[in-house]
Design a protein around this ligand. Structure first.
Ligand code: NAI
Ligand code: 15L
Length: 278
């Protein structure tokens, strides 16, 4: 897919002094760890899990997002935050609360205190997971979270909206589909976001001017789509990858039964996780 003729990044510097990457020890954190160095003098890497030794252009700052003071120190001196940290799957509310809900609040409060002007927030397709597969959704679609995890991401999107309206901190909320080296099942043929497209999306989310509070779906240029990014056209996100080369391999596995909720709703298997602790 060609880039838009008037690329919003055409005359914009895509470089800053320091990027903070939370969740840097996770799957996507590992993918972005090196790639973000293209866009900053220094990438500050943070996670509650081990990150190894700092390499060139890196600072390592371990931090639990649930610890407000530690998060405040983490954010000092940062130009832009790429916030991937937190629980990334459906889990009991008691696990989601400190990492995703309190943690994201701590991050925005620190951003406000330290004058950070831009956050890239890893939201998720699970904020709309209870819409039916095949329904085409844009950024104004009603939220239909498919669990506590999706609810926490919905909270993060609303928190970002509030911090823009109240304090002018801009956020691009990435409603990421399924970002893996390859799509793993039929649903991911539609929701897959390749890593080069992830990098393009994060770069645009960091540097396109005047994003305010933007919601964008993160999927590659796959044959079939459920998501329409018309309301994020100002980002100029033009995915270049496609799940099509993986179709034959994915479709060689048996399909889910048509009445399986994982085959009915956009959130896939997340819609049938839990209840926990009964
Ligand atoms: P991941 O689970 O591999 O990484 C998340 C990282 O956050 C982990 O390294 C974990 O240690 C860290 N973390 C958890 N609780 C923390 C806390 N209290 N304080 C500090 N760090 C904490 O997840 P992945 O796949 O790398 O995803 C990154 C982000 O993107 C997550 O926010 C996830 O919800 C979101 N996302 C990912 C998708 C994907 O396909 N990989 C799809 C949609 C959203
Ligand atoms: C997510 O939000 C999860 O973080 C990830 O583990 C995937 O399951 C993805 O969504 C998905 O929906 O495939």
């Amino acid at each position: 897919m060609p880039l838009p003729t008037s690329d919003p990044l055409a005359n914009v510097t895509t470089h800053c002094h320091r990027i903070l990457l939370t969740g840097a020890a996770g799957n996507l954190g590992k993918v972005l760890r090196d790639r973000l160095k293209r866009y900053a003098d220094i990438v500050r890497l943070s996670d509650v899990a081990a990150l190894g030794m700092a390499r060139e252009q890196e600072e390592i700052e371990p931090c639990n997002l649930a610890d407000a003071r530690a998060v405040d120190e983490l954010v000092a001196g940062v130009d832009v935050i790429v916030h991937l940290g937190g629980v990334s799957v459906e889990r009991p509310f008691e696990e989601i609360l400190p990492a995703n809900i309190q943690g994201t609040y701590h991050l925005y409060e620190a951003a406000r205190r330290h004058g950070v002007r831009r956050v890239v927030f890893a939201s998720s397709n699970h904020v709309i997971g209870f819409h039916r597969q095949g329904e085409i959704l844009d950024a104004s679609a009603p939220l239909r979270p498919d669990g506590y995890y999706g609810l926490s991401k919905a909270y993060g999107e609303h928190l970002a909206r509030f911090y823009f309206d109240r304090y002018g901190i801009e956020t691009v909320c990435l409603r990421i589909g399924s970002s893996y080296p390859e799509p793993r099942d039929r649903r991911m043929l539609i929701t897959w976001l390749g890593y080069d497209d992830l990098e393009q999306l994060v770069c645009r989310a960091m540097f396109v001017p005047g994003v305010g509070h933007t919601i964008v779906y993160g999927a590659s240029a796959n044959r079939d789509r459920w998501w329409d990014n018309c309301q994020a056209a100002h980002l100029g996100f033009a995915p270049q990858q496609s799940s099509e080369p993986f179709r034959a391999q994915v479709e060689s596995a048996p399909a889910l039964s048509a009445d399986d909720p994982a085959a009915i709703y956009q959130g896939g298997a997340f819609v049938k996780a839990g209840p926990f602790g009964d």
